[in-house]
Design a protein around this ligand. Structure first.
Ligand SMILES: [Zn+2]
Ligand SMILES: [Zn+2]
Length: 162
């Protein structure tokens, strides 16, 4: 699978029961499949390592960048844009439910550790910003996935950068 941000080939890495695709040779972005997000457990240390690796790469995205295309479906992904500097923009595919986090976004997380309440606000916005309202079951699964990614984005940092 090619990286949606830089086009380099992504490598699958296993973290416990979960496999994520990492852009090792390029921008260090990380792709989470819909199913991967569902199975993601915050306790997997390996995910932290992948994210740590991502931080070594300079920011590649900028505000002028157009929507990324999903590496799985090829359709334009939805970029969640937030006003708070501590809130990370993620690109989400409404077709397959995958999430892409790129290295620049991960750097922002590192520099702006979210408190518990900020994390909740962030996750609520992520969950609310959905086109799946009519499909209750799918919306619920998505909300759960958003909780997990929100938890992953904030709770891990004290362990990686004490
Ligand atoms: Zn890349
Ligand atoms: Zn997709």
């Amino acid at each position: 699978m090619d990286c949606p941000a830089c086009g380099k080939s992504m490598i699958e890495e296993s973290f416990g029961d979960v496999q994520v695709d990492v852009c090792k040779s390029g921008c260090k972005g990380i792709w989470f499949d819909w199913g991967e997000l569902k199975e993601l457990d915050e306790s997997y240390e390996g995910v932290g390592k992948a994210i740590e690796e991502a931080l070594k790469s300079p920011r590649v995205n900028d505000d002028e960048r157009g929507p990324l295309n999903c590496p799985k479906c090829g359709i334009a992904m939805h970029a969640h844009k937030y006003s708070n500097a501590k809130e990370v923009n993620v690109d989400e595919c409404y077709g397959c439910g995958g999430f892409f986090l790129d290295s620049g976004e991960l750097k922002v997380i590192r520099e702006n550790y979210m408190s518990e309440s900020e994390r909740d606000t962030y996750v609520q916005k992520l969950v609310a910003d959905t086109p799946l309202g009519a499909d209750a079951e799918r919306a619920n699964i998505r909300a759960e996935a958003c909780q997990k990614i929100g938890g992953l984005l904030s709770r891990r940092w004290p362990f990686i950068w004490p």
